[in-house]
Design a protein around this ligand. Sequence first.
Ligand code: URP
Ligand code: ZN
Ligand code: ZN
Length: 459
Amino acid sequence: MTTLIRNGRIITATDDYVADIFIDGEKIIAIGKDLPANADTVIDATGKLVMPGGIDPHVHLDMPFMGTYSSDNYETGTRAALFGGTTMVIDFILQKQGHSLAEALNEWRSRSDNNCVGDYSFHMAVTDFNEETQKEIRGLIEEEGITSFKTFMAYKGALMIDDRQMIGLMEEVKKWGGFINVHATNGDMIDYLVAKHRAEGKLSPLYHYLSQPEITEAEATERFADMAHYTGCPGYIVHLTCEGALNAIRQALLRNQKVHVETCIQYLLLDASLYEMDFEGAKWVMSPPLRQKKDQETLWAGINQGIVNVVATDHCPFKWEQKLMGKEDFSKIPNGHPAIENRMELLFSEGVNKGRIGLNKYVEVSSTNAAKIFGMFPRKGTIAVDSDADIIIMDPTEKHRIAAATHHMNVDYSGYEGWELQGKIKTVLLRGKIAIDHNECKLEKGYGQFIKRSKHTNG
Ligand code: URP
Ligand code: ZN
Ligand code: ZN
C-alpha cells in the first residue's frame, strides 16, 4: 500500500519547505519535488501544512482515580486524539501501594491491549518504592521499553511518595538509563490548606485553587530539582504551571542540570478567574489548578526560551455527573480536564496564529521534543525518510468552533465551549494508514500499537 502526499508545505522542528512525500507501508520512503504519482492513494496537499503527528505524553485513560474512572477509555481517548491530530499518547500506569509494578502493568494491559486506535506507550507511576519494586526497574526499562517513572509529591495516602523513596528511586532509575517524571507540588502543605478550608466551611471549587497556591508548586519543583541534581538522575516536570516553578528550573539549568519541562495547553490559555463561577468552576478543577495571567506569559516565554520543552494535555476527563461527586465539597471533585482532541488546534490557533510561537516551535513542542525526550526519535516526531508515516495535514485558514456536541471525547462538556479556532486538521495518517479524513475516523480499535521506547539520551 503506497500513498503520495503532493505539494504540501512540510514543517518539522527545523525545516519549512514545499515537497511531496512518498509512503510505502508504515514508513516514509522518499521526500522530494515532483515525485512520480504512481501511488495507490494520492493526496493533494497544495496550500496545506504537512506536519508530524502530535505526541501527547501526558494522558490518563480509563484510570481509577478519586473513587471513579476517567471517562475516556483507550478506544475513545485515542480516537479523539487522532481527530485532533495526536497520533501517539503516553498514558500512566499507577502502582497500588503494597503491590508490585508487574501487577500494575498487567492491570493496565488488560484495559489497553487491543483497544487503542492510535499508538501509545506507558509511564510507570511508582507509588511505593521498596526493595521489591527496586528489583523491577531494570526489567521495565530493558524488556518492556518503559523508561520513564512517574512520581507524585502530592495526593498523600494514595499516590504520594516521600523524599527518601524519591532519592532511592532516582538512583535505581539512573543506573539503568531511565528518568523520573514528577508531579511537583507539596502534598503536605496542600493537605493542610484543604483541611483548613473545609473546617472553615469553604467548600466551593474556588477553594481547590486556594488550597494549591503557587508556593506549593515552586517549593516542590525546587526540591525535586535539588534531589535530581544530587543523584544525577535526569528529570521531567509534568504540568508545570507557574512563574515560581519555572524560575526554580531556571536555577537548576544554571548548574547545567538535565531537567525537562512540560506544560499543558490549559495553563497557557485559561486562568484562575474561571473558579469564580460557583460550581461550574468544577470543570477546571485539576491539579495543579489554573494560575494567573502573569504565569501564562512566563510559560509562553519559557517555550520560546527553550526551557519549556513540551505542551501536553494531562487529559483526565470526568463527566459532569462525576464532577458532581464534589458538589458539597471541592476536595471530592475528581481532578482533571479534557483536552486530548483540542491540544493541537488550540496551540496552532492561539499560539502560531496569534504570533506567540513560530511554526517550527509548534512542531517541536507538540511532537518532536516528546519523541526525543521519551526515546522514540526519529521513528516518531518528525517527517523524514525511514520515520513512521505519522502525518497531519492542516488547512491553516479554515475556521471552526469547539463544542461538546461535536467533539469525540467521552465527556459531556468542554472547557473551551464556543471558542473559535483558525486552522483545522483535515487528514491524519498513522503509520501510513489514513486515520482521519474530513472528520471521519477510518481506523478500528486494535490498530494502535504499543511503542517500546529507548533509554534516555541527551534528547
Ligand atoms: O488534575 C489532574 N491533573 N488529574 C490527573 C492526575 C494528575 O495529577 O496528573
Ligand atoms: Zn499530576
Ligand atoms: Zn496527569
